[in-house]
Design a binder for this molecule. Structure first.
Ligand code: SF4
Length: 209
């Protein structure tokens, strides 16, 4: 078993500022931004959302949106037709079933259009401060390289991480994996020599053996 405590401490030292890099001012905005972030960078989403949230200030506005008009606002995030459809359906259900309150549990969140486990965990961790393991592309790659999970399937990786992380640190740890993935453990060229957790990493051990 990995020394997860030590890895957590090292990442905490390296990335004390780690947190959600999507900009939002209420739970609904984070939900919409997260849907938009699928197959897109947070930086790109952050360019789009200020104008978007001005035009659609609340759940009712999104629920009643014209799909074609909404598509134009989010076009640059990619897959914009699907995303527009999901956002409208999601907000209709939020309005009809949840009185426009973003749910605080996985089961209900997963009933919303466009919301998978990754998005649901972001809401649980960043809005409601609940235990949440967010497995995005960085967390997936780093979990495999370090040796925290051998699985490729994000849900299985989530379960592996949930078993070893203290619940009150899981969301923060995943943010730190993302920061580390962007800064050091890049997909193509991981900078292992300067990596603060290299002593705990299977990928590095294999390189040096
Ligand atoms: S040692 Fe290399 S592969 Fe392992 S986490 Fe660090 S940068 Fe990534």
């Amino acid at each position: 078993m990995k020394d997860i405590k030590e890895i957590m401490e090292l990442l905490e030292e390296a990335y004390p500022e780690a947190g959600c890099t999507l900009r939002y001012s209420d739970p609904l905005q984070l939900l919409i931004a997260t849907i938009l972030a699928a197959q897109c960078t947070d930086a790109r989403v952050n360019l789009v959302t200020p104008t978007l949230f001005k035009r659609y200030p609340d759940c009712n506005a999104f629920a009643e949106a014209d799909a074609h008009e909404l598509e134009e606002y989010i076009r640059s995030t990619g897959f914009y037709r699907n995303k527009a459809r999901n956002i409208i359906e999601c907000c209709k259900r939020l309005k009809d079933v949840y009185k426009c309150v973003v749910p605080d549990n996985m089961e209900d969140l997963l009933t919303l259009a466009g919301v998978g486990r990754k998005t649901a965990n972001i809401i649980l961790g960043d809005v409601y401060n609940k235990p949440a393991v967010v497995v995005d592309t960085h967390a997936k790659r780093l979990s495999n390289r370090i040796g925290l999970s051998k699985h490729k399937d994000p849900t299985k990786i989530e379960m592996d991480l949930a078993k070893i992380l203290p619940p009150d640190r899981s969301a923060r740890f995943c943010h730190q994996l993302v920061y580390h993935g962007r800064a050091v453990c890049n997909a193509r060229n991981p900078k292992c020599e300067i990596c603060v957790i290299k002593e705990h990493c299977d990928y590095y051990r294999n390189l040096t053996e």
